[in-house]
Design a protein around this ligand. Structure first.
Ligand code: KG4
Ligand code: ZN
Length: 371
């Protein structure tokens, strides 16, 4: 079964064709991230306008790779002959951005009479762990635990950690998902991005913090100490707004904002965020006797987070994990499939989606993730 998947919830425009939920036949991504840099954050109107500019070129490029002689008039034929269903992100996301993808998907479904499947963007992120393909195997050596797909043993704990969300889910299988907890204020990616801006980096600063933090490693540990909010409470929730405030306070109190200081702050910010993410994920593993951990979303590309997850499962630090005497497996998608793209939208639609009448497809900017 081939699914044509469309993603346009924020500042990435992406179209993919996915076979049987795992194989990537094509995946094209255009991003307007750099355009937002000068504003210090995403401007919804700019993002929507860029979606409109990009959607048709991205769609035709994704379809072109399915046919050897593509021409504008034959795209409809390509879809008719090679595609079984259309998958579309309906939320959560920015209304203007969502609408561009949704109206495109509805038009395609109407003209080609193909079924259309609405997709929740946040839940779909975790399906990046089920993708597999010849293209992917070329990059798999860069990541420790990617390409889990069929090897993943359930139940699994799935941490979705992105710019707008930090959520923990229990996955009993590829279809049965339940929400366990999430952030009560800022998302982890937001904490990275806002801290990065304060330290003088541009938009999308998680990666910048990761790079600067690396410079601090090897130097004497700095005096900067940031809180790990609600790390020891009984819930599976997160809170990062206090951390952001603490970063601001410490930064104001510190003098000499040179490169060394920026690296020291970056190091401690990354340690604080990843400590909380790892601790809460491990807690969820214990509570639900899970056998695997899956991470996904933009922040899941953080190398320190991956390193700490691997360490945590190998040391089995808690008594209950040790008691169970079984290994916990850790899976993370290749870096390029952590940030927004349509490949995992297509995978989710295959494993968990249900087609609806195209009239019923609407943008839901605040679509709940608490399934
Ligand atoms: O999933 P995503 O592309 O968009 C949302 O759906 O939000 O995630 C974007 C987020 C941003 O906050 C960005 O700073 C963060 O992912 N990010 C990282 C890294 N790469 C991207 N955070 C930490 N370390 C990274 N290497
Ligand atoms: Zn996302």
């Amino acid at each position: 079964m081939n699914i044509l998947a469309i993603e346009s919830s924020c500042d990435e425009t992406s179209v993919a064709v996915i076979r049987n939920g795992t194989e990537i036949l094509s995946n094209v991504v255009a991003s307007s991230t750099l355009m937002h840099e000068k504003w210090g954050g995403i401007v919804p109107e700019v993002a929507a306008r860029e979606q409109l500019e990009s959607i048709i070129p991205v769609l035709t490029e994704a379809l072109s790779s399915l046919s050897h002689q593509p021409s504008a008039s034959s795209y409809q034929t390509i879809i008719k002959n090679s595609i079984d269903a259309i998958a579309i992100t309906v939320g959560p996301g920015l209304i203007g951005s969502l609408l561009i993808g949704i109206e495109t998907a509805k038009a395609i479904a109407f003209v080609t009479e193909k079924p259309i499947i609405p997709v929740n963007h946040v839940l779909a992120h975790m399906y990046a762990n089920f993708l597999n393909s010849r293209q992917l195997s070329a990059v798999s050596s860069q990541t420790e635990n990617s390409l889990g797909n069929n090897k993943i043993v359930f139940p699994a704990i799935s941490l979705v950690v992105s710019g707008g969300h930090t959520e923990l889910f229990l996955m009993k299988n590829k279809k049965d998902i339940s929400w366990l907890g999430g952030t009560i204020d800022d998302a982890a990616g937001e904490a990275f991005d806002k801290s990065a801006r304060l330290l003088g980096f541009g938009h999308g600063g998680g990666l910048a913090i990761q790079k600067a933090a690396k410079e601090a490693i090897g130097r004497q540990s700095s005096a900067i100490r940031l809180p790990r909010p609600i790390i020891h409470d009984d819930t599976l929730n997160f809170s990062f707004s206090g951390l952001k405030t603490a970063v601001m306070r410490e930064w104001k109190n510190s003098t000499n904002h040179n490169e060394q200081m920026i690296s020291a702050f970056s190091y401690e910010i990354q340690e604080a965020i990843t400590d909380v993410l790892v601790k809460k994920t491990l807690k969820a593993v214990q509570v639900h006797n899970a056998q695997s951990i899956l991470i996904s979303g933009g922040v899941a590309s953080n190398l320190r987070l991956r390193e700490k997850m691997n360490e945590a499962i190998s040391h089995q630090p808690s008594a209950r994990l040790a008691e169970s005497k079984r290994a916990i497996s850790f899976y993370s998608p290749p870096i390029e499939f952590c940030t927004d793209n349509a490949a995992y939208i297509g995978s989710y639609a295959y494993f968990r989606g249900t087609p609806v009448d195209w009239h019923e497809i609407n943008a839901i900017p605040d679509l709940s993730v608490e399934v």
